[in-house]
Design a binder for this molecule. Structure first.
Ligand code: ATP
Ligand code: MG
Length: 243
C-alpha cells in the first residue's frame, strides 16, 4: 500500500498529479514511460526530480508544463483539470504561467540572443525593458553576447540565454531540465543562486530535473524516479517517504 506524505492532501496545491501515466507507441511497440505518478506541488516549492537516465524525468516535466498530454491520470493546475482545456487554453496558460529551460536549449537559430530572450514578451504583448535585460545579461556574464546568434555562442552561453528567456515573462512556475548541466561549476552555482533567490524572495515555484547532488541538496523536496515511478520523496528536514 502506498504511503502518502502527511498534510499533503490539500485541495489548493498549485499542481496536483494523480496516477499519471504516459506511454509512447513506436510501430507495434508500446513503451510505458510513466507508470502512475502521484505528486503535489505547492506555490513556492523548490522541487528537485532526480533519477537515472531514461527514468522518465523529462517526460514528467513535459506533462507538468503542459507540453504534452498524458495517456491517463490527471493533472490539476490550481484545481483545474488541464486535460479538459482546449489546445489554445493550454498554450495560453503555458505562455503565462511557465518558464522553461530545457536540456536542449531550443533557441531560435536565426534570432539574436536578445531577440530570443524577448520573444515571450512579444507573444504576450508585454513591454520590453531593455535596461533591465541589459542589467540581467551582465549579471549572468552575457553582457557582450546579446546581439550574437546562438551558433556564435558556447553551449553554456546558450543555456544562459535560454534561462533569461524562461524568466523574461515573469512566470509563476520555473521548470528546468538540467538547467545548469552545461555550465562550469561557478556559473552553474551563480545561476542556481539566481533561481533560488526567485524561489525564496518572489515565491516562484521551482521544478528542476538534475543529476547534480549539490542542486538536489538545496531543494526543499526531492523525488526520485525509477522506471516511471516515484520511489522516494525526501524533504529538506531529512524526512524520507518511500512510495
Ligand atoms: N517521444 C518519445 N517517443 C518514444 N519514446 C520516448 C519519447 N520520449 C521519451 N521516450 C522514452 O521514454 C524514456 C524516458 O525518457 P525521458 O526523456 O523522460 O528520460 P529522462 O529521465 O529525462 O532521461 P535523461 O536523464 O537521459 O534525460 C526513454 O526510454 C525514452 O527513450
Ligand atoms: Mg531528460
Amino acid at each position: 500500500m502506498k504511503k502518502t506524505i502527511p498534510g499533503t492532501r490539500n485541495p489548493t496545491a498549485l499542481l496536483r498529479i494523480q496516477n499519471l501515466k504516459k506511454s509512447f507507441q513506436m510501430g507495434t511497440v508500446t513503451t510505458d514511460v510513466l507508470r502512475g505518478v502521484d505528486l503535489e506541488i505547492f506555490e513556492g516549492d523548490f522541487l528537485a526530480i532526480v533519477g537515472a537516465s531514461g527514468s522518465g524525468k523529462s517526460t514528467l516535466l513535459n506533462m507538468i508544463g503542459l507540453l504534452d498530454l498524458q495517456t491517463s491520470g490527471k493533472i490539476f493546475l490550481k484545481g483545474h483539470d488541464v486535460a479538459h482545456m482546449s489546445d489554445d487554453q493550454r498554450a495560453d496558460l503555458r505562455s503565462k504561467v511557465f518558464g522553461f529551460v530545457f536540456q536542449q536549449y531550443n533557441l531560435i537559430p536565426w534570432l539574436s540572443a536578445f531577440e530570443n530572450v524577448t520573444l515571450p514578451l512579444i507573444f504576450a504583448r508585454k513591454k520590453i525593458d531593455e535596461a533591465q535585460i541589459s542589467e540581467q545579461s551582465k549579471s549572468i556574464g552575457l553582457g557582450e553576447r546579446m546581439h550574437h546568434r546562438p551558433f556564435e555562442l558556447s553551449g553554456g552561453e546558450q543555456q544562459r540565454v535560454a534561462l533569461m528567456r524562461a524568466l523574461s515573462n515573469d512566470p509563476d512556475i520555473i521548470i528546468g531540465d538540467e538547467p545548469t548541466g552545461n555550465l562550469d561549476s561557478e556559473t552553474g552555482h551563480r545561476i542556481l543562486d539566481m533561481l533560488i533567490d526567485l524561489n525564496k524572495m518572489k515565491k516562484k515555484t521551482l521544478i528542476i530535473v538534475t543529476h547534480d547532488a549539490s542542486i538536489a541538496k538545496r531543494a526543499d523536496k526531492v523525488i526520485i524516479l525509477k522506471d516511471g515511478l516515484i520511489i522516494k520523496h525526501q524533504l529538506k528536514n531529512g524526512r524520507v517517504y518511500i512510495a
